[in-house]
Design a protein around this ligand. Sequence first.
Ligand code: ADP
Ligand code: MG
Length: 298
Amino acid sequence: ATMPPLLAAMATAGRHGILIKSAVVLEQLRLTDLVAFDKTGTLTEGTPRVDRVDTVTELSQDEVLRIAAAVETGSEHPIGAAIVDHARIRGISVPVASGFESTPGAGVSAYIDGRAIAVTKPGVSELNSTTQQIADEYEAAGMTVVLVWVEHRPVGVIGLVDTVRPGARSAVADIERITGNPTVLLTGDNRSAAQDAAKRTGIVDVRAGLLPDGKANAVNELQALGSLRWEGQPHRVLVVGDGVNDAPALAAADIGVAMGRTGSDLTLDTADAVLVRDDLGALASVIDLSRRAHRIVV
Ligand code: ADP
Ligand code: MG
């Protein structure tokens, strides 16, 4: 017996590496005319590594890494994993922290020996000029920058670099050709790091420094813009992301797509579809497929 066309299309999508949660999603995919990507873990591998460590007090680099790694042990963010790995590689013994708290899109905090330690992005608190200068220098080099704080005083700056996924550039080009519209990059990271990833993937529209709700607002703004393809109708926006920080944007989108391998549980739950093999190239194929499947049905 032959499968009904919609089911067959869902099965084909599965073979392309996209798990679609319901047939309704297939219909939404057909109408998708604008795609927005998260940066870290979506356009990039999401396995950043620590490239630079600077200290701005009497603490040594290893001491800065030691306390940063202790706090990041509780984090599920790729930045946290990178800092913990780096400390391990340098043979630093990492103490146990308590009272871990995470603010998606901003940073993490905990206590070590009763002292408040935080690892955050710049901009959450005023910096002295030395620290600001180092942070600016790292940012200008396209790095992701985090600050290490002890009792609300900055003690160190860590610069991280991440690699763009090999298929990202061609996926962006294919998607722009199929949707007929430029893609968008949405990130909580700094503007220079965002521009660096954008340049490497061919994305022109870059929205940086966004908190999770800011990403969702950006999605709503994009939806409100009239589409060229659908004669002034609102854009149907597809968002791809991997992190807890992307969940609001995925929920706001017409279609939320999660990275299957690196995606957090919350993101996978919120998503309408999952890129099983983290292959962005599958997106273009499946949008194309959904349009062809529709022609078969009607
Ligand atoms: P993206 O949108 O690129 O996936 P996020 O929104 O997850 O990035 O994070 C934005 C910024 O917040 C990071 O670039 C970093 O500066 C800071 N940040 C997020 N999580 C952490 C963490 N666990 N430790 C330190 N900084 C963090
Ligand atoms: Mg991410």
